[in-house]
Design a protein around this ligand. Sequence first.
Ligand SMILES: NC(=O)c1ccc[n+]([C@@H]2O[C@H](COP(=O)([O-])OP(=O)(O)OC[C@H]3O[C@@H](n4cnc5c(N)ncnc54)[C@H](O)[C@@H]3O)[C@@H](O)[C@H]2O)c1
Length: 432
Amino acid sequence: MKKCVIVGVGGRHKMFRDVLVKKYSKEYQLVAICDSNLGRLKFAESSLAESNVSVNLYPGKSFQKLLRVERPDVVIITSPDYTHHKYIIAAAQYGCEIISEKPITNNLINLKSIVSAMEKTDSKATITHNYRYSPHRSQIKQFLMDGAIGTIKAVTFDWHLDRIHGADYFRRWHRYKKNSGGLAVHKATHHFDLINWWLSDVPVSAYATGSNHYYNPANAKRLAIDNQGQRCTTCSSKDCTFRLDLRSIENLKMLYSENEEYDGYYRDQCVFDESIGIEDMIRAEVRYSRGAVLNYGLVAFSPWEGYEITFIGTEGTLSQKYLERSVINGDESSLREGSNVETTLLVPGKATEMIKNPHSAGGHGGADPLMLDHIFADDGTPDPLQRKSNHFSASWSAITGFAINRSMEKGKVVLIKDLIQDLTVPNELRLN
Ligand SMILES: NC(=O)c1ccc[n+]([C@@H]2O[C@H](COP(=O)([O-])OP(=O)(O)OC[C@H]3O[C@@H](n4cnc5c(N)ncnc54)[C@H](O)[C@@H]3O)[C@@H](O)[C@H]2O)c1
């Protein structure tokens, strides 16, 4: 049985915690949890006690002690993006298996220290790029691998975050670039990972523009949202449609409201605050090593949630439109089924083919349960779709975000080789 620990017991950790103690309790033993917030540690501890699991608790600053005392085989990292590098590197130095949430990290300096530490310690990390596992996205991979539309020359990809899910990135730590790398990194790392994996290729350059159009004080004024407070809890604008009532949603209340006294982490800060430093709309052109061009767009104040993508190949086009149900992270009542996928294959001389989409239940379009099984029940059977993402794959997706950030800042095309050189290209990002 492998000894396992989780670092960061906020919204995301529950998915890992539950699968370990419920489904994989014969193979894994959760021995400890670690977080900088003592209240959230205790909340996670009491939830575990309901499953008759007892764990040791460690504050974030005692992670080295945790490694020394607990000697875990596996470290799962679900703390904020700006802390990932610290835990990945420490766990690698102790020879642990590492499973970390995306993005691998928030900036280029931290990325380089991870890559170098992993090389020195001969370690590998699994970075949980769950989006690869949604059946309708795996299906695209299969079509492209089968050569259904020949060689891909161009991709148009527009990702829409609506005013429920999109707004949520502007309420808390994600709203500062130093924490999340902005949406080009924090959110789009999923999208650039999908593109790298779908194309089996890596980026060579990026040009981007972006700005904050919606989540700013001037827009609050335009929307007649007056007297906005620092956070919803103390705000007098009771009719604001962006109001998040933490105390009315049990899990958010228990996770965040009840534990503010420990670290002053307010989960409901005003989405129109002037200190917000990330873009809510990004347009980018990314070029790939074999000549494909991606035109990418991200908007975080859209009236709908989902994406539209079209691959233009030498032998046809493949398009997918995905309409997703919006979620507030940590609000379990918002995890509903009911998404809708349309996939179309167009090959010259043939009738338009509306592809039947496979379905799977669970978070992120059915991706999460499939990914967890792939990670925790891995018997070494090769996966023809090569869905498991390691720290190299994750670096290649984050690097596109770093290039986009630099391009937005400098107003120029950014070459990936000017950011990093000799980054290993993992198997699944090569055309075999
Ligand atoms: N793959 C996905 O679809 C997906 C979805 C949601 C979140 N995530 C990722 O999961 C991670 C956590 O996100 P979340 O929404 O749960 O955030 P959160 O803010 O709800 O939880 C983060 C937790 O980490 C703790 N923490 C903060 N600083 C720490 C430190 N230095 N050491 C230890 N613990 C610390 C906080 O107290 C909190 O309990 C992020 O990296 C995010 O990108 C991924």
